[in-house]
Structures are given as structure tokens and as C-alpha cells.
Design a binder for this molecule. Structure first.
Ligand SMILES: *Cc1c(COP(=O)(O)O)cnc(C)c1O
Length: 425
């Protein structure tokens, strides 16, 4: 696409955008008594206006039916999580059998590691990206310790080459090859939360499995952001939260993927709970755990109806938009942002975009490395009514999301950024 650095161009793109009506389905956060420009969907997605009604519906069912709400309503809680399965499968490129919505992200990561990190003898290493989201680091570190290994030896962290900000796929694959005798697991983010780099999940999965390891991804920043084909890529497992790009509310529920080929393997070790037990027998309260087939067999507790009600509203918007259309808009929107930042012509000693320039290697987020006065720049953006996200020590993450952001907002952001960089700072 040929971009042009004018407000008129941005407005014209908005006119042509087949998804522009979706912005109005979300509440706009307020800043200085005005609708803010919100580029922080990577951290907490906006509230769909429809969420309240879904939530109220279950609150009313609870009031009217109490315990009978499990069976007697139009959305019986006993099966409520199943209402989310098909739409979830569409977002991550899975079969319905392969996904379940439950718990929260880090809990689910541990549940998956219980099943798929099975160190034995000298095969005990985990390859992961260096500087992963802290919760993922702590999960891997504590799992290694749990199995009696020293995490400094068990967890192999991959870092970019000297002078580079992102990992090269060839280096990831080379490291898998170099550790192939000792490798138990490859576990990475699908997108690195800090740089916004998308990893080549298909190639990593293939290489990891060829080395005799399981391969899993944390898709916190990928689900609802980029196109995923977890089934076709043959990924063993994946987990994601739903409160970032999936707009399902603070502390919302989480999604899990377990590939179909593990669906009927009852011998796979797991930590079990009654909601994962074969549903036909669940209420017989008998001894002896029989897992449900597929990802559902990892459920522990009865479903969290209230966060799931919000998630249901959010998933409907994904179905309405379609991931392909969202992604098509996203590439243009983020491409426009990149173009406008280039146009500012800031010196590398002042500002550098550390997210890959290749659209296939990023989602909607651009991470700006601000070499001087990063915190001050963040504060100035806020004053101007723009909500982005600041990460210590000096990165500002800007995530125009295709569900509710417009080209005009991207243009306005870049104008403020230009003034800040060339004037006030
Ligand atoms: C947001 C995020 C988390 C947060 O985990 P919770 O268990 O939902 O608090 C973990 N990992 C990654 C990669 C994230 O981006």
C-alpha cells in the first residue's frame, strides 16, 4: 500500500475500511474529558458494549434460578464453556476438540508444563526466548526446580545477536539442533511482548519435534492479533489470556490448545480435577479419573461463568469481523504507523523502532526504543489524550488494534509524536 502523510489520506482509509463500524461496539476510555486514543490493547483490550448484557443475563439467571442455573436456563452453566469453543477454535486455527477456555494464563501454562515438560535423564532442557514475560520465566524456572534440576542449566535462553533487537529464526533453529540430545521442550511466546516480534511457530515446532521435544507457545500477545494455524502447524500445546487483544476484561479467563494427536492419550500425565472428568460420569462422583477427550480433559474446576459471559460477547465480535479481515486491516494500520514514524525522520540516537519491519514478523504493535527522556515522552502523550504503554527502562509500545482503532487515530498519534520529538523534548 502507498501511504501518504496527510489527515485526508487517513480519513479516506477509514472511509474504505470494511470494519470501521466495529469501533462503535466498544467503550472509549476517557482522558481529559474526551475519548482517548487508545493504543494499549496489547495490555488490556477495551470493553465491548455488549459485554454488560451477557453478564447481566447470567446474574439474573443466578438470581432467578440459583443452583438450578446449572441446568434450567437457556445457557445452562454446566455446558457454558462449550458456548466458547467453536469461536475460540476459529481465532487460533484449531479444531474444537483442541481448545478449552478455563482458569487464567499462568495457571494453564503450569498445567501444560505438567503434561509436556517431562524431563528424563539427560533430556531435560527447555529452549525459550531470553527476556520472556516474567510470569513465563518464573513458570519455567519453578518447573525445572520442581523436577529437581537447576534452572540455570535446564532453561536455555536465546538472545538476539550483538547489535540486534530481535531473534533470527535461523539462530533459534540452530540452537534447537545444538541441544537436540538434551532437549525436552521448546516453549516461547508466539509474539515477544517487549519487541512485538512474531516467531516462526511453524518452523520452530517442526525443528523442536524433530529434535524429540514437545513444542508449546504462550500466545498472550498473538491470540486475536495475528493469524494462527495451531492445528496445521502441529504445535503440541498453547495458552493465552483473553484480556489483551481478545477484550474479555481484567483478569479474564484464558484459552488452552492441546493438539488433536494428544486428545485420546489418557496416559499423558496431568493434574486432574472433576471438570476434566468424562462428562457422562462427572456427577457420579466415583473414584478413578477418566479424562474427557481433547483439551477439555485438562479442566479442573467448574466454569467461571461471569468472566466467560464477558468473553462470549468479545468472541462474537471476532466472528463478526473474521480474523482474516482483521489481520488485513492490521497490516495496513501498523504499516501506516511505521510509515509516519519514518516520516518524522528522528535520529537513531533519539528513537528506534525495535519491532521487525517485515509485516509477517510482527502483529499490530510497534515498540519504540526512546533513547532520551522516554518517561517524559510517555507523559506528554498522555497529556495529549493518547494512551500507550511504557516499559522500563525506555520502551514505549504502541498497538493500534484493528477492531477499534482508526487510521485517523494513527495519524493524530504520529503528529503528537512528531511535535514531541522535534519540539518540546
Ligand atoms: C500478559 C502475559 C502474561 C500474564 O499472565 P496472567 O497469568 O494472565 O497474569 C503471561 N505471559 C505473557 C507472555 C503475557 O503477555
Amino acid at each position: 500500500m502507498n501511504y501518504s502523510n496527510t489527515l485526508a489520506f487517513a480519513q479516506e482509509q477509514d472511509q474504505k475500511d470494511p470494519l470501521r463500524h466495529l469501533k462503535d461496539r466498544f467503550y472509549a476510555p476517557q482522558l481529559n474529558k474526551q475519548d482517548a486514543i487508545y493504543f494499549c490493547g496489547n495490555s488490556l483490550g477495551l470493553q465491548p458494549k455488549s459485554a454488560q448484557a451477557y453478564l447481566d443475563h447470567e446474574m439474573q439467571n443466578w438470581a432467578d434460578f440459583a443452583v438450578e442455573g446449572h441446568f434450567k436456563t437457556d445457557t445452562p452453566w454446566l455446558h457454558y464453556h462449550e458456548l466458547l469453543t467453536e469461536a475460540t477454535a476459529r481465532v487460533v486455527g484449531a479444531r474444537p476438540l483442541e481448545v478449552v477456555v478455563m482458569n487464567q494464563l499462568t495457571v494453564n501454562l503450569h498445567l501444560m508444563l505438567v503434561s509436556f515438560y517431562r524431563p528424563q535423564g539427560k533430556r531435560f532442557k527447555i529452549i525459550t526466548e531470553g527476556g520472556a514475560f516474567p510470569s513465563d520465566q518464573y513458570a519455567l524456572e519453578s518447573q525445572a526446580r520442581f523436577h529437581g534440576y537447576n534452572p540455570d542449566e535446564a532453561v536455555v535462553e536465546l538472545f538476539p545477536r550483538e547489535g540486534e533487537h530481535t531473534l533470527r529464526t535461523e539462530d533459534i533453529l540452530a540452537s534447537i539442533e545444538a541441544h537436540k540430545e538434551e532437549l525436552a521442550l521448546v516453549m516461547m511466546g508466539g509474539i515477544n511482548y517487549y519487541t512485538g516480534q512474531v516467531f516462526d511457530m511453524e518452523a520452530i515446532t517442526k525443528a523442536g519435534q524433530a529434535a524429540g521435544a514437545f513444542v508449546g507457545f504462550d500466545l498472550a500477545h498473538a491470540a486475536g492479533n495475528v493469524l494462527l494455524h495451531l492445528h496445521d502447524w502441529n504445535v503440541d500445546f498453547a495458552v493465552w489470556c483473553t484480556y489483551k487483544y481478545m477484550n474479555s476484561g481484567p483478569g479474564g479467563t484464558s484459552g488452552v490448545f492441546v493438539h488433536e494427536r494428544h486428545a485420546h492419550n489418557a496416559a499423558l500425565p496431568r493434574f486432574a480435577g472433576w471438570w476434566g472428568h468424562e462428562v457422562k460420569e462427572r456427577f457420579q462422583m466415583k473414584k478413578g479419573f477418566i479424562p474427557m477427550p481433547g483439551a477439555a480433559g485438562w479442566q479442573l474446576s467448574n466454569a467461571q461463568i461471569l468472566p466467560m459471559a464477558v468473553h462470549r460477547a468479545a468472541l462474537e465480535l471476532f466472528d463478526e469481523a473474521g480474523m482474516e479481515q482483521l489481520r488485513a486491516k492490521s497490516e495496513q494500520l501498523t504499516g501506516f504507523l511505521e510509515f509516519l514514524i519514518d516520516e518524522i525522520g528522528a535520529d537513531k540516537s533519539q528513537l528506534e523502532v525495535i519491532t521487525p519491519r517485515d509485516p509477517q514478523a510482527r502483529g499490530c504493535q510497534l515498540s519504540l526504543l526512546v533513547k532520551q527522556n522516554a518517561r517524559q515522552l510517555f507523559d506528554l502523550l498522555m497529556e495529549a489524550g493518547i494512551i500507550v504503554d511504557y516499559r522500563e527502562p525506555n520502551v514505549i509500545r504502541v498497538a493500534p488494534t484493528p477492531l477499534y482503532n482508526s487510521f485517523e487515530e494513527v495519524y493524530r498519534f504520529a503528529e503528537v509524536l512528531r511535535v514531541c520529538l522535534t519540539g518540546k523534548l
